[in-house]
Design a protein around this ligand. Sequence first.
Ligand code: ZN
Length: 151
Amino acid sequence: MFDDVADLYQQVILDHCKHPRNFRELTPCTCSAQGRNPLCGDQLKLFLNLDGDKITEAAFVGSGCCISKASASLLTDAVKGKTRNEAGAMFELVRELVTKGKAEGDVGKLAVFAGVHKFPARVKCAILSWHALMAALKGEGQPVSTENEHN
Ligand code: ZN
């Protein structure tokens, strides 16, 4: 049973990797942020449109491994219609999910990343787009990195 679920999760990730949703630039956009994960070579740029406090549109461009692309693809679907606070809460849940394998809350389709916790090197790939999301919402102009540049 568990293997079936794992297979299904892998299929969803592969599908979003090969056919990423919302894979385009948004111009103009309310805010955007770049993220990169030097350990894997993932890099992406996330674009958001906001109406007041609500995210009305999310899109991304970039290149990287399957996990990072699938994560960004699912993110752009997941945050649409959410407020800043709701998106922030979702970030916390996803971080919990990919580091522990489960989260104390409803993560919807993002549950496909639960298996990532077994592969510590992949956690940063899965969380990269979420760091970019938080940076975009905070309006930070600096690119975010999963690594401390001075290390
Ligand atoms: Zn990666």
